[in-house]
Design a protein around this ligand. Structure first.
Ligand SMILES: *Cc1c(COP(=O)(O)O)cnc(C)c1O
Length: 416
């Protein structure tokens, strides 16, 4: 039933509350259902796995107000990348002093907005941005983003962000001269990073910056080890405890005389498993009668929520939903056959899985529903405004089985 043939891990578990909501409400598809209780559960699990570490949620993974409200109530910090993300966090009840502006690409007006919101910390990698921070957020905490040669992650950042340790050291010394408070460095070893050794060279580079600035009289105090903590989709991801152990070992090794403050900045690991997308099969067809593969077109694709299927990077678990009255579940025990899975738009790139082997029941037909599991991260937040007239992915946030806004504030019902 779970479809990649080389699946090496069990399918992610759909939170019970999500299952109940989908059964009771049968919402129009496509839609994403997010269980807030599961978000809180994952956040608490991360906070427990990383003691004495600030856990800072990367808002871009899922900026739903109900998600942000629940995390603000938990006392989470937030990594924000734009004025709109700042305002979303403030509206959700977060204190500006618990926001960190992690985007190194920002305009002077963005910095001024952040400063007026009380944002605590700014990440930079270039002189002009540092000058803007000094001008528009005088006295603010500043960290420098390091470019590191991490082993490839599933969705790597490439060389877009960060600078060499020598440049980071120079920027931080300059930050002090500009009246700013240089606190340390930040790294990100790539999202869905399944290689636990990825953090060691990053922390080593951080130690280089600490040493290079110490000789110039600066005492840096903080390392932001970024996000990258994985979710088990098709391949098993390490657990939060595994990540914590590897990161702690790297810090202890490269800072033998005393560890700096640590910040971890997960996005995916907080929200992915809390969400399920329900989609509908729009068309099933063979391109020729004797083709082995059927093409299965869904009402969701690259542009309305499944952006991370680019290069087939993330192979989600697909689960056909039994048809009405089909309580035996016999359909999903049907013989499965190979399929190519595509989205609904008139764009040739809107093919989700051409090379990744997927199998779906031979009886699958238009109108059937399919659940796409562990899709709480980087789905709705990536969906386009209306490519081909298809609106952004609707999101239902639930807690227990109530729709957000009705009983979210109660927060007592656990979803799984
Ligand atoms: C996207 C992002 C994160 C979160 O990454 P995940 O891989 O989702 O954990 C953290 N920090 C920064 C600066 C980011 O851009």
């Amino acid at each position: 039933m779970t479809t990649p043939t080389s699946a090496s891990v069990p399918a992610p578990v759909t939170p019970r509350a999500v299952h109940r909501f989908l059964t009771e409400h049968d919402p129009p598809t496509p839609c994403l259902v997010v269980d807030i209780a599961t978000v809180v559960d994952r956040y608490r699990g991360l906070a427990a796995a990383f003691p004495d570490t600030r856990v800072q949620y990367a808002v871009k993974a899922n900026p739903e107000p109900a998600v942000l409200r629940a995390l603000a109530r938990e006392g989470a910090w937030f990594d924000v990348a734009s004025p709109v993300e700042i305002d979303l966090c403030l509206d959700a009840g977060a204190d500006g002093a618990r926001l960190s502006y992690g985007n190194t690409v920002k305009k002077p007006a963005d910095i001024a907005h952040a400063h007026s919101a009380g944002v605590a910390e700014y990440t930079c990698e270039a002189d002009s941005d540092l000058d803007n921070i000094a001008a528009h957020a005088p006295g603010a905490q500043v960290s420098a983003r390091l470019l590191t040669d991490a082993p490839a992650s599933v969705t790597p950042f490439g060389r877009k962000f960060g600078c060499a340790p020598t440049q980071a050291a120079r920027l931080l010394v300059r930050a002090a001269e500009l009246g700013l408070d240089p606190v340390g460095v930040s790294v990100h070893v790539g999202s869905q990073q399944l290689d636990l050794t990825a953090w060691d060279p990053a922390v080593a580079a951080a130690a280089e910056v600490f040493a290079a600035t110490a000789v110039r009289g600066l005492r840096l105090r903080r390392i932001n080890v970024g996000g990258g903590l994985g979710t088990s989709y098709r391949d098993a991801a390490p657990t939060p405890a595994d990540y914590a152990r590897a990161i702690r070992a790297a810090v202890d090794h490269h800072f033998p005389t005393g560890a700096p403050e640590l910040v971890v900045e997960p996005g995916r690991a907080v929200v992915a498993e809390a969400g399920v997308i329900r989609a509908e099969v729009v068309l099933v067809t063979r391109k020729a009668p004797d083709d082995e593969h059927r093409w299965v077109y869904l009402d969701i694709g690259r542009y309305n929520g499944l952006a991370e299927t680019e290069n087939e990077a993330i192979a989600y678990h697909l689960e056909p939903v039994p048809r009405d009255g089909d309580h035996s579940g016999a359909r999903t025990d049907d013989a499965n056959g190979p399929v190519i899975i595509a989205g609904p738009t008139c764009d040739g790139d809107d093919v989700l899985y051409l090379h990744t082997p997927y199998r779906l029941p031979e009886s699958l037909r238009a109108g059937d529903r399919v659940d796409i599991l562990a899709t709480g991260a980087y789905t709705a937040s990536y969906s386009s405004v209306a490519f081909n007239g298809i609106p952004p992915l609707p999101v239902h946030c639930i807690n227990g089985h109530d729709i957000d806004g009705q009983s979210d504030e109660g927060g007592a019902t656990r979803g799984d």
